[in-house]
Design a protein around this ligand. Structure first.
Ligand SMILES: *[C@@H]1O[C@H](CO)[C@@H](O)[C@H](O)[C@H]1NC(C)=O
Ligand SMILES: *[C@@H]1O[C@H](CO)[C@@H](O)[C@H](O)[C@H]1NC(C)=O
Ligand SMILES: *[C@@H]1O[C@H](CO)[C@@H](O)[C@H](O)[C@H]1NC(C)=O
Ligand SMILES: *[C@@H]1O[C@H](CO)[C@@H](O)[C@H](O)[C@H]1NC(C)=O
Length: 418
C-alpha cells in the first residue's frame, strides 16, 4: 500500500513536469517521451485511464482511476481525449460533470468492457451508473460495452407494481448536455433504463446495440425527456421494456432505422402522470422494424391526469411490424397499477398524428386501437397505407376506436373503424 502511493506520487511528479514539457514542444510535432499521464495526439490531449492506475483486471474497482483521469481531462484545454483501452473494468456509480471551461471538445473512447458494481448500496436512487452532466461537445464512442449487471438488481425493482417505488440506476444517464454524440457502443443488462436523456439539446446517437432479457423490468432501451433536437439512428434494441420511450417536454425528436424486439416497442409516454408536464411536439419515427414486441407504436397517457399538456405533430412512417401484439395503439386510459381504480379521462390532448405505410403482422386481433380521451378527444389523426394481417393468417385483423374521428387514405387493412 505504502509502495503504491509512493509510486503514484512519483508518477504525479513526472506528470506535472511533462505537462510543461509537452506544452512546450507541442506544435513542433515532437512526440513526448517518458512516462506521462497524458500526451498529445492530433492536436488533442490524451488521457488514458491506465496511466491513472486503472487495473482492468475484472476484479479491482477502477472508479478512482476513471475519476482521476476525468478530473485532469476536464481541467485541460482545447480538444481532449480520454481513452479506456481493451480490458474488463469494474466501476461503481460515476458522475462526469462539467462544465469543463477550457475544453472545446471531449472524446471518451471506450474500447474496454465496463461492468457496473452489483452493490446497490453504492448507488443513489434515481441517478445513473454513469452520469454525464453539464457538458458541451461530448463524443462517446470506441466500440466498448457497458454491462449494467442487472440480473441481481431486477428482483429489487418494485416499479412494475408500486408507483412510489425507488428507482434503480440507469446505465448511461445524460443530463443538461449540449451537442452530444454517442456512436458505436453496446449496452447490456442495465439495472433500469439503458440510456436516458434529460434536458439534452442537440444529441445524436447511432450504431448502438442494446440488449437485456425480455423479462427484465424497466430496462427501456432509450428514454428521452425534456430534450430537443435529438436524433437516434441505425441501432438494434432488444430489451424488457420500451425500445425507445419519448417522455414529456420533448421537441424535434427523430428516430430512424432502428430495429426493436423483444420489448414493448416505441412509446410516446407515458404522459400526464404529473401536474407540471410540458408538451411533446415534432416527433418523427421512420424506417423502423419491430419484431415480436408487445406494442409497435404506442401513445399512452394516464387516466385521471392531474395537469393539462399536449402531444402534437408526430409522424410514424415506413414501419414494419413482425408478429407484434398491438401494432398501432393509442391508450389514453393508461394505468398500470392494480391499486389504480379511477377511470377519469386523461387531460393530455393528442393532435396531428400521422401513421403512414405501416405494414406487417399482428399477433392480436385488434391491430389498430385508437382509444382516445373522453374528456379531450384526439384531433387530426391520419392513417395512410396501413396493411396489417394477423400472424396466424386465419381471419382479418380489426380496428377499434373511441373518442376519435380519424382520417384514412390509401390501403386500409384492417378496415377502419367508423
Ligand atoms: C484556460 O486556458 C488559458 C490559456 O491556456 C488559461 O490562461 C486559463 O487560466 C484557463 N482557464 C481555466 C478556467 O482553466
Ligand atoms: C447549453 O446551451 C444553452 C443554450 O445555448 C446554454 O444556456 C447552456 O448553458 C448550455 N449548457 C452547457 C452545459 O454548455
Ligand atoms: C412538425 O415536426 C417536424 C419535425 O420536427 C418539423 O420539421 C415541422 O416544422 C413541425 N411542424 C409544425 C407545424 O410545427
Ligand atoms: C409469432 O409469435 C408466436 C408466439 O410468440 C410464435 O409462435 C410464432 O412462431 C411467431 N411467428 C413468426 C412468423 O415469427
Amino acid at each position: 500500500m505504502g509502495n503504491m502511493s509512493l509510486e503514484f506520487l512519483n508518477v504525479r511528479l513526472i506528470f506535472v513536469l511533462s505537462m510543461f514539457w509537452v506544452g512546450g514542444v507541442f506544435g513542433k510535432g515532437v512526440k513526448p517521451e517518458g512516462r506521462s499521464l497524458h500526451h498529445r495526439f492530433k492536436n488533442s490531449a490524451v488521457f488514458d485511464v491506465m496511466s491513472f492506475g486503472a487495473r482492468a483486471d475484472g476484479r479491482t474497482d477502477d472508479s478512482n482511476a476513471f475519476m482521476a483521469a476525468w478530473k485532469e481531462a476536464c481541467q485541460s484545454t482545447g480538444r481532449v481525449h480520454i481513452t479506456i483501452p481493451k480490458g474488463t473494468y469494474i466501476i461503481g456509480p460515476l458522475k462526469f460533470s462539467g462544465p469543463c471551461l477550457n475544453v472545446s471538445s471531449l472524446t471518451l473512447q471506450v474500447k474496454g468492457y465496463l461492468k457496473a458494481t452489483t452493490d446497490l448500496r453504492k448507488y443513489g436512487f434515481g441517478g445513473g451508473w454513469l452520469e454525464f452532466a453539464w457538458l458541451e461537445g461530448l463524443t462517446l464512442t470506441g466500440g466498448g460495452t457497458f454491462d449494467g449487471q442487472g440480473a441481481r438488481a431486477w428482483p429489487h425493482n418494485k416499479c412494475p407494481t408500486d408507483s412510489n417505488c425507488k428507482l434503480l440506476p440507469t446505465s448511461l444517464k445524460f443530463v443538461a448536455m449540449n451537442k452530444t454524440v454517442i456512436r458505436g457502443l453496446t449496452s447490456v443488462n442495465s439495472k433500469f433504463f439503458h440510456i436516458a436523456l434529460v434536458e439534452c439539446h442537440n444529441f445524436k446517437g447511432s450504431r448502438l446495440k442494446i440488449s437485456a432479457p425480455e423479462t427484465s423490468p424497466n430496462t427501456d432501451g432509450i428514454h428521452i425527456e425534456r430534450s430537443s433536437s435529438v436524433y437516434f439512428s441505425l441501432s438494434h434494441i432488444a430489451t424488457g421494456d420500451d425500445c425507445i420511450s419519448v417522455g414529456q417536454g420533448n421537441s424535434q425528436i427523430t428516430i430512424t432505422s432502428i430495429t426493436c424486439g423483444p420489448g414493448h416497442g416505441i412509446s410516446v409516454g407515458s404522459l400526464g402522470k404529473y401536474p407540471d408536464e410540458r408538451d411533446v411536439s415534432g416527433l418523427v419515427v421512420k424506417d423502423c422494424t419491430m419484431t415480436g414486441t408487445t406494442n409497435g407504436i404506442r401513445i399512452k397517457t394516464w387516466a385521471n391526469s392531474p395537469g393539462n399538456s399536449a402531444a402534437t405533430n408526430m409522424t410514424f412512417e415506413n414501419i414494419v411490424m413482425n408478429n407484434v401484439t398491438n401494432p398501432i395503439i393509442i391508450d389514453q386510459l393508461y394505468c398500470p397499477f392494480t391499486s389504480c381504480t379511477s377511470k377519469a379521462p386523461s387531460r393530455v390532448k393528442l393532435s396531428d398524428i400521422y401513421f403512414k405505410n405501416i405494414r406487417g403482422t399482428s399477433l392480436s386481433e385488434v391491430a389498430v386501437a385508437l382509444e382516445c380521451s373522453k374528456g379531450i378527444p384526439c384531433q387530426n389523426i391520419y392513417l395512410e397505407d396501413v396493411h396489417l394481417d394477423l400472424s396466424s393468417g386465419e381471419k382479418q385483423a380489426t380496428s377499434s376506436c373511441s373518442n376519435v374521428k380519424a382520417k384514412f387514405s390509401g390501403t386500409q387493412i384492417p378496415p377502419p373503424c367508423t
